[in-house]
Write a protein that binds this ligand. Structure first.
Ligand code: FE
Length: 223
């Protein structure tokens, strides 16, 4: 039987491809490779955010599931949101989804989680039966969502660019070598020239490799 393991950085592209399959099935979501890779990058290697489990067969990731970490004040314990359960279509019907789910549940018990919550499409009865068979009970709670706009990028004070002796430092992505130069901004993220690295929006990440901002260090072109 193919082993189930925790996803690593190198698995992100394959996981993003699986998510594209999932989001093309779900009513509320549409696939977007950049967003999926960005989101996965916020979880892989960040256990406080969550843990992704993958099932690999001959070098190919054929299924995944993730547990996002949250807290239940009702239980006074960690609680998990189970998300992005997907098995590649050609590998369905082999029990891979069951094994992934059971593996994730066992792991959560060992880690001291007190509850797992998940959402499915309201009309996906196969999924309802699947989760019910695994001990999940349907909740009477109803989901509400509010999409949030991109935050306003703060207007850079005029003295931050172009004046001698007040050049803002550039930062380099340690993953891919991309350099954020405040005098140029970042077109990809709609960051206008003059925004210092420290004032970039919190969700900004490397426009090339999607590495999070903590993967950047000060770039000294003299070195
Ligand atoms: Fe990068």
């Amino acid at each position: 039987m193919e082993p189930i393991r925790i996803a690593a950085e190198k698995d992100i592209p394959q996981c993003a491809r699986l998510l594209a399959l999932l989001f093309s099935q779900e009513h509320e979501f549409a696939p977007d490779k950049k967003h999926q890779e960005q989101g996965l990058g916020m979880i892989v290697g960040h256990p406080s955010a969550g843990t992704i489990f993958v099932c690999e067969k001959e070098g190919l990731i054929v299924g995944m599931v993730m547990l996002l970490s949250t807290v239940s004040t009702a239980l006074g314990k960690k609680a998990a949101l189970l998300e992005d359960m997907v098995v590649s279509p050609e590998y369905r019907g082999q029990g891979i989804g069951s094994r992934l789910l059971e593996h994730a549940c066992d792991w959560a018990v060992r880690q001291g989680f007190g509850r797992i919550t998940l959402l499915t499409d309201g009309d996906n009865e196969a999924a309802h039966r699947f989760y019910a068979a695994k001990g999940f009970a349907r909740s009477e709670m109803v989901v509400f969502r509010k999409p949030l706009p991109m935050p306003e990028v703060p207007e850079a004070p005029p003295h931050t660019i172009g004046q001698a002796g007040c050049v803002l430092p550039a930062w380099i992505c340690e993953e891919c070598g991309y350099v954020y130069d405040p005098s140029e901004g970042d077109l990809e993220w709609n960051i206008r020239p003059g925004v210092p690295f420290e004032r970039m929006p919190a969700e900004w990440c490397c426009p090339v490799c999607s590495a999070p901002r903590d993967q950047f260090r000060l770039f000294d072109s003299q070195l």
